[in-house]
Structure formats: structure tokens, C-alpha cells
Design a protein around this ligand. Structure first.
Ligand code: UN1
Length: 496
């Protein structure tokens, strides 16, 4: 079978990796469908990309921010035209169903228009000086060359969360896409180029984390790293970036709880749980992986939830009737299978699923059954560790306080959801759930681009995407203008 060959983008030129080596991009629903080959890059390629980004920074940082924003506005408009094509290509390389890949491209469109508006804001502050005839202000400056390392589960949305704010703020970028989903980053960056982005402002270096990712994190001229991925890799990235005193934004795992109280609208809670747990085949960092059920509704919820999980149609995401696509690769299937074993050994009760799907339409892909465990205790590994697959745990509780305690008893803190009609409880949950995101009467997934996105504890290191991204991709400069025509010494000349 023939398939296209893609190259790195360095200084506006499409070039192969210095090693000449490539990585094949497969359709996870059908491994005989080869999406393309992409460069397997290493230090030398990263070196060239950073050089190109440094060169481009000299002029991009001087381009007025509203003009930089124009490129993003045009990018948003072009993405609207290309949405269907890009969604189909994303389903082919990543697997999630078309409705979701359309949503993923839409998220990049939303981000483009949202951040384009930032071109006419990028606000700083002015404040009075303690001295006479002196003016004080703070202005946002670009950081410089930034390195972006992006995951496969939101192949276009998450790169757009990083690229667009970095660009509007005047930075130049080297992006390393996930090896499973580089095509969506190509599509995004090609659209930026078509919208008028000058050469070298964004460079793509494809390859593995150990090959290209580490070289990017370690490069002395890369001043900031924005990473989304697992906590294990994120810890490594954070430590390595810290050695070079780089700014680093880490967006990592979750073990997100949906709490259902006795007074909840049960059908709504069921819809939310099903979407939160099995949307994107459970491969979201915000996926619902624990459903906490108050005793009064636990039996009814469990029965209905399992019945609906069993009915979910698993298959090729390009088929519009399919509800759950494949997992992205064989390693993810192994992880799901491993956690099924762990849960069984711990004494959790498997109510449905638990196996990889094989044969027939599943013969050439990496599919896993929607899987539900009951009798899960908060101390079990299946209740604490991220699976990143269609595996969900049901945990029962007596009181609201107990539910909050269980929800908070893990190392992660990304998303949480509470289903209740009690407004007092809702506000207590907003206050007490240890998570970067809390939903009331809505599932744990579904964040919008203009709110802060990120989490606490081992989910992140304090930065936020969305609303917080401009803070990460800019550095403050304090400016003092003394128009007194004499030496004025702060803290000394005006002392009481
Ligand atoms: C992720 O969970 O990996 O909030 C990102 C959502 C999407 C983004 C999720 N807008 O579900």
C-alpha cells in the first residue's frame, strides 16, 4: 500500500529528519490503513528548528500584536472551511468518532477566535509610584522560543491551546506532536501558514519523546516548555526543564469522579456518566473514571448504567452510527487489560466488558469493550490510578461529606462532577472538591476554551491553559519612567 511521506517544518521548509528515519502512522480502527510516514527526529533536527525559531523571533516579536492576531483570525476562518476534512483525517489517525473529531477541530476554531481577540488586549497594569514625577507600568513581553509537546487524545485542540496564545504573545514555537497523531498538527500548522504565518514562526519536529521531546526540553535556547501528557513523563519533563531554569507548564493525568446524590435527576446523571466515561473511549484526561453513587440510588443507577454500556456500539469512528471508537494503539489496550486484571485481583466485580475485541470488524484494530466495575473501594488501585481507557469504577457512599472525601482521596485533581438538586450541596462541592474543574449537573468532560483549564495535585504544576495561557506565554516587564529630572531613590528619598 502506498502512503504519503510527511516532513518536518523548519524555517518554512519541509525537510526530512537528519537520520532519514520515519515512523508509520496507522489507523487504529484498521492497521492496514496507513495514514502516512512521519520523520523520526532527534537532537540535530531540534537544533535546526530552534535556530529557525530564534531567527524568526527577531521580527515576529516586533510585529504588532493585533497583526499577529489577524493571522489567528484568518486561521479560524480557514479551519471552518476545512473542518470536515480535518475531522475525517483525525478520526483516521486517532480513532475517536467523527462527532468528536468535529468537536476537536471546532475547539481549535473557538481557540483561534478567542485568542485573536487577545491581540487587542494583552493588558498590563499601571500603578502610582511612591515618588513624585515618576510613572510606573508593567507590560507583557514574549518569552522567546517556546517548546510545545502535545498529546494524541486531542490532536488539534490541545496544540491550538498552546500555539495560538504563544503566537499572539509574540513567541516563536517548536512543536513536537504525539507520534500517534502528527497529521492533525500538520493540518493545523499548514492552516496557520496559509493564513499568512511567516516562515520559522512555527516549526514542527516529529518523533518520539526520547528522540525529539527530550532534546527540545533540554535545549538551552528554548525558554519555556508547555507539555500535556502523563504524570510519569511530565515529572521527567518538569525536572529536566527546571535544570535549565525554564518556565514549564505541565498538564497531566486525572481520575475524575462523578458524584450522584439520591436527589439527582437520575436519567441526566446516567447520560452524563455514559458520555463522561466512554466518550473518546475514556481517553480524556477529564474522563469520568469513578462514579460515586449514594446508597439510595446505587442499585437502580448501576443496573441502568450497565444496560446502556452494553448497548454502546463500538467500531470504526468513521461510521456515523458508531458511539465508541478504538483505543489509539496496542499499548493502551494492554494498559486497559492490565487494569482489568488488577481490579479483579483486588476484589472489584466486573459487571460488563473487560476484554479487547477481536475478530470480524475488530480484527485489524485496537478495540476494547466498555468496562464497568462495581464493589470498588476507594483504596483499590482501580479507584486511584489513571487507566486512560473505557474502564469505569462504581463506588458507593452514604453521605455527601463521605463522597467529597472519597473524591479528594487521590493524587490527581483535574475534573469533578456533582449531580444533585440541592443548591447548598452544589456550592459546598464547588468549594470543597480538590480539582481544577467542577461541573454541577454536567459530566466531567466538556471544558470550553475561554475558561481556565488545568488541575491541582499531580495533575499539574499550577499553570492553566485557556484563560491562563497568556500568563504562561508572557513574562512581565516592570517599567519606571522618571520625569523629575533628578535622582530619586526609592525606599530612601521618600522615607518618613
Ligand atoms: C482532555 O481531557 O484531555 O474538556 C482534554 C474537554 C475537552 C478537552 C479535554 N474540551 O472534555
Amino acid at each position: 500500500m502506498t502512503y504519503p511521506a510527511f516532513h518536518n517544518l523548519i524555517g518554512g521548509e519541509w525537510v526530512p529528519a537528519a537520520s532519514g528515519k520515519t515512523i508509520l502512522n496507522l489507523n487504529p480502527a484498521n492497521h492496514n490503513d496507513l495514514v502516512g510516514e512521519f520523520p523520526s527526529s532527534h537532537g540535530e533536527d531540534v537544533e535546526r528548528a530552534v535556530e529557525a525559531a530564534k531567527k524568526a523571533f527577531r521580527t515576529w516579536r516586533l510585529t504588532p500584536a493585533p497583526k499577529r492576531a489577524e493571522v489567528l483570525r484568518r486561521t479560524g476562518a480557514l479551519l471552518q472551511e476545512r473542518k470536515e476534512k480535518f475531522a475525517r483525517e483525525m478520526t483516521r489517525e486517532m480513532g475517536k468518532v467523527l462527532a468528536e473529531t468535529r468537536g476537536d477541530v471546532q475547539e481549535a476554531i473557538d481557540e483561534a477566535f478567542y485568542v485573536a481577540g487577545e491581540g487587542r488586549r494583552l493588558f498590563g497594569v499601571t500603578t502610582p509610584s511612591e515618588l513624585e514625577n515618576k510613572f510606573c507600568m508593567s507590560v507583557r513581553m514574549p518569552v522567546g522560543v517556546v517548546g510545545l509537546i502535545t498529546p494524541w487524545n486531542f490532536p488539534m485542540a490541545i496544540p491550538s491551546w498552546k500555539l495560538f496564545p504563544a503566537l499572539v504573545a509574540g513567541n516563536t514555537c517548536v512543536i513536537k506532536p504525539a507520534t500517534d497523531t502528527p497529521l492533525s498538527v500538520y493540518n493545523l500548522v499548514q492552516t496557520l501558514v496559509d493564513a499568512g504565518l511567516p516562515p520559522g514562526v512555527v516549526n514542527i519536529v516529529c518523533g518520539s519523546g526520547s528522540g525529539a521531546g527530550s532534546a527540545l526540553v533540554e535545549h538551552p535556547d528554548v525558554r519555556a516548555i508547555s507539555f500535556t501528557g502523563s504524570s510519569a513523563v511530565g515529572s521527567h519533563v518538569g525536572q529536566s526543564a527546571a535544570r535549565g531554569f525554564k518556565q514549564v507548564s505541565l498538564e497531566m493525568g486525572g481520575k475524575n469522579a462523578q458524584i450522584v446524590m439520591n436527589d439527582a435527576n437520575l436519567d441526566l446523571a446516567l447520560d452524563g456518566a455514559l458520555w463522561g466515561a466512554f466518550g473518546t473511549t475514556g481517553q480524556r484526561c477529564t474522563a469520568t473514571s469513578r462514579i460515586l453513587l449514594q446508597k439510595g440510588i446505587a442499585a437502580e443507577f448501576t443496573e441502568k448504567f450497565v444496560a446502556r454500556a452494553k448497548k454502546l456500539k463500538v467500531g470504526n469512528g468513521l461510521d456515523e452510527t458508531v458511539e465508541v471508537g478504538p483505543q489509539v494503539n496496542a499499548a493502551q489496550i494492554e494498559t486497559s487489560a492490565m487494569y482489568v486484571e488488577i481490579a479483579r485481583e483486588e476484589g472489584a466485580k466486573l459487571l460488563t466488558g473487560g476484554r479487547a475485541l477481536a475478530g470480524g470488524e475488530y480484527a485489524h484494530g485496537t478495540f476494547f469493550e466498555p468496562t464497568v466495575f462495581a464493589n470498588v473501594k476507594p483504596a483499590m488501585r482501580i479507584a486511584r490510578e489513571e487507566v486512560f481507557g473505557p474502564v469505569v469504577s462504581l463506588i458507593e457512599f452514604e453521605t455527601f461529606e463521605e463522597a467529597v472525601e472519597i473524591a479528594n482521596s487521590i493524587d490527581y485533581g483535574l475534573s469533578t462532577a456533582l449531580y444533585t438538586k440541592d443548591v447548598n450541596r452544589a456550592f459546598a462541592a464547588i468549594r470543597d472538591l480538590e480539582a481544577g474543574i467542577t461541573y454541577i449537573n454536567a459530566p466531567t468532560i466538556g471544558a470550553e476554551v475561554h475558561l481556565p483549564f488545568g488541575g491541582v495535585k499531580q495533575t499539574g504544576n499550577g499553570h492553566r491553559e485557556g484563560l491562563g495561557a497568556i500568563d504562561f506565554f508572557t513574562t512581565w516587564k516592570a517599567v519606571y519612567v522618571d520625569y523629575s529630572d533628578k535622582l530619586q531613590r526609592a525606599q530612601i528619598d521618600n522615607a518618613e
